[in-house]
Design a protein around this ligand. Sequence first.
Ligand code: GDP
Ligand code: MG
Length: 162
Amino acid sequence: LPPVLAIIGRPNVGKSTLINRILGKRVAVVQDTPGVTRDRVRYEASWNGRDFIVVDTGGWEVKVEGLDLSVAQQAEAAIEQADAVLFVVDATVGATATDEEVVKLLRASGKPVILAANKVDSQMQEADAAYLWALGLGEPYPVSALHGRASGDLLDRVMEVL
Ligand code: GDP
Ligand code: MG
């Protein structure tokens, strides 16, 4: 069975856009407005001749009080089923309290984690990504899922741990 890569992160950080980039086609639904609940979705992918499964955790968008708990529960389930995790943070927003909660779950899981600093659309924005070292997950990989900037480098890195 191919290894499973879970893509986790808060709503609107660009998970589905990044998955479409990984797949090389528009399959995952990109939402301009968060708030739509969807289930986790699995896609067959390959990179440099290696097959793997990508899991989009789109079902995080639950609009209720206690959002953080719901996000954490979704993340926990996705992490459990994954061989490695691609944790996506919006570099233009920076790390939020929710991101920090997810980091705790990632640490506890012991699974390999790659930190993607998304929405780094230009070289000037790479400084935004550097702030994400503070999450304690190692090097943040700046990427623009929308424009494809550095997405190949990110995938090379992911395949090293998957
Ligand atoms: P998800 O909720 O994490 O799956 O996020 P989506 O993939 O649905 O994207 C949410 C919004 O962010 C959409 O409007 C995307 O076009 C936008 N977006 C995604 N990636 C990037 C990026 O690299 N740069 C910029 N500027 N916008 C992005
Ligand atoms: Mg999505």
